[in-house]
Design a protein around this ligand. Structure first.
Ligand code: LFR
Length: 499
């Protein structure tokens, strides 16, 4: 009888992180997971800039490793990290970190995208990179730094994205992982390498970029300092699909070839997996993205503002001393009248406003709608609008891919919001299959097992996940009501230029 294999995943989201031990019983074909450490991820505003607290995050990784030891996991075969994309740290030649990485919502990139587009041309930039235009892509962050803080770039020797950087702290080795590299908008979707022509044209320091390693590569082991410090044996470290969305899509428990997914967390990422990037004119006009996936897959998807809207409202209300839990907010939303007003969740005004609830009210006022007043009304407006936006993007995904999807797989923490899952089924008038909740962490774990030789391939990994975790089905309700709401939503959103 073969022994189960245990590996450790660190999954860092924009609002929280966790360390999860996965246990694979190959004979039974079952994976089980145990969350051994969870922590909040609190960006810090200093002066006018918003940063990630990268050393705190590294500290939490070490706490996770300690916790692994304390719980008696002595046989962890490997570990890996995944996190949000686009952000990076810069190392000096001596290997020390230069400054705190900026948060992608920092306002340093406001208006930078248009400048870069003017220089390169929208069509050309898209033809090269296949990436959706989001003002915070690494390309715009680097360009902003070049203009605002050229000394920093001059002193820098190496560019490492967040998981690359944390992995470097753990192993002492510098590698750039493939899936995350593709989110920079400096990576050529066709040649599958850094686009040096683009980098040179913008005068960006291409020499800082490392040649990407493919997802699933073993890239070192815990350093002697860390092993001594934590009193643990050295554990091999694997670069999995380190972009959390790449890992989340690995964990979609789809048995069919063609499927649509929604990775639901701070962001909602909705789309499908394709064999090659879709660089059509329509994809450019609709601003869809093509991100590199593991094992040669491509993700055709669109970023939707997601639960950020609610997280920010809650943060604002907390500051005002209201302290209403997410569960209570959803309950309040359930009790108010449906379909009173809609927003386009992806309007730029929601990217990082001072006061999210007021921003939502302002949107409704500017679009001549009922202005939501109570917490319940505001949350209902957001949840309905998100669900309607999912329909909008799902239909465009179908048009771009030329495929039809019977239902929508949802993975990630957002599935705990059952009202949103039901609304999504209602808005799309399709079945919604919700689960697993730990999408990114599971994708991270199974890619480690593929690398270690326990799982044959992606398809087998998805079957294994399907067999190991519950999936909850939602059936569509109230077709007529939601159809009318969709028409109203599209009208409102077109006034604010639906993106
Ligand atoms: C989701 C995600 C998205 C990316 C955004 C910013 O967590 O990784 O895929 O567009 O965060 O990095």
């Amino acid at each position: 009888v073969s022994k189960p294999s245990c590996v450790l995943a660190f999954d860092l989201g924009a609002s929280s992180g966790r360390a999860i031990v996965g246990r694979l019983d190959s004979e039974a074909g079952i994976v089980t997971i145990e969350e051994i450490h969870r922590f909040s991820n609190d960006p810090v505003k200093v002066g006018n800039h918003l940063h990630w607290d990268i050393l705190r995050l590294f500290h939490e990784l070490k706490q996770g490793i300690l916790q692994m030891k304390h719980l008696g996991y002595t046989d962890i075969e490997s570990l890996a990290i995944d996190s949000w994309a686009v952000d990076f740290g810069l190392l000096a030649a001596n290997g020390e970190l230069l400054g705190n990485p900026y948060h992608y919502r920092d306002h340093q990139t406001d208006h930078v995208m248009d400048k870069v587009i003017d220089l390169v041309g929208r069509e050309k930039l898209y033809a090269k990179t296949g990436l959706q235009f989001l003002q915070f892509n690494s390309i715009f962050q680097l360009y902003a730094l070049k203009e605002r803080n050229p000394e920093l770039l001059q002193r820098a020797d190496t560019f490492l994205m967040i998981p690359d950087l944390l992995r470097y702290f753990l192993t002492g080795e510098k590698h750039s992982e493939y899936t995350n590299s593709t989110t920079t908008q400096l990576f050529n979707a066709t040649t599958q390498t850094w686009d040096t022509e683009l980098i040179d044209q913008l005068g960006l320091p291409g020499e800082l970029l490392l040649k990407p390693v493919s997802s699933g590569t073993r890239v070192g082991a815990l350093t002697k300092e860390i092993c001594d410090d934590l009193d643990v044996p050295s554990i091999p470290v694997i670069a999995v699909g380190e972009h959390d969305t790449a890992s989340a899509v690995v964990a979609v428990p789809a048995l069919e070839e063609d499927f649509a997914f929604l990775s639901c967390g701070t962001w909602s990422l909705l789309g499908t997996e394709t064999l090659a990037p879709v660089l059509s004119e329509q994809a450019l006009v609709w601003n869809f993205t093509n991100e590199g996936g593991v094992y040669g897959t491509n993700r055709l998807l669109k970023n939707i503002m997601g639960l950020w809207l609610i997280q920010e409202c809650k943060r604002t209300w907390d500051k005002e001393g209201k302290n209403i839990s997410f569960a209570e907010l959803v309950k309040l939303a359930e009790q108010v009248k449906p379909f009173q007003c809609f927003i386009d969740p992806d309007d730029d005004m929601f990217l990082n406003p001072e006061h999210m609830p007021k921003q939502i009210q302002q949107y409704c006022r500017e679009t001549d709608q009922v202005v939501p007043q109570t917490e319940g009304e505001i949350v209902r407006c957001m949840l309905e609008s998100l669900a309607l936006k999912y329909r909008f993007i799902l239909e465009r995904t179908e048009q771009l891919s030329g495929k039809k999807y019977q239902g929508l797989h949802i993975v990630g923490g957002g599935i705990q919001n059952e009202l949103l899952c039901q609304f999504t089924s209602n808005a799309t008038q399709r079945e919604v299959w919700a689960g697993p909740v730990e999408g990114s962490a599971l994708g991270n774990l199974v890619v480690q097992w593929i690398s270690l030789g326990y799982i044959a391939n992606l398809r087998e990994a998805r079957k294994l996940i399907r067999n190991s975790f519950p999936v909850k089905t939602y059936l569509p309700q109230d077709g007529a009501g939601w159809q009318a709401a969709y028409a109203a939503f599209c009208q409102v959103a077109s006034r604010s230029t639906v993106k």
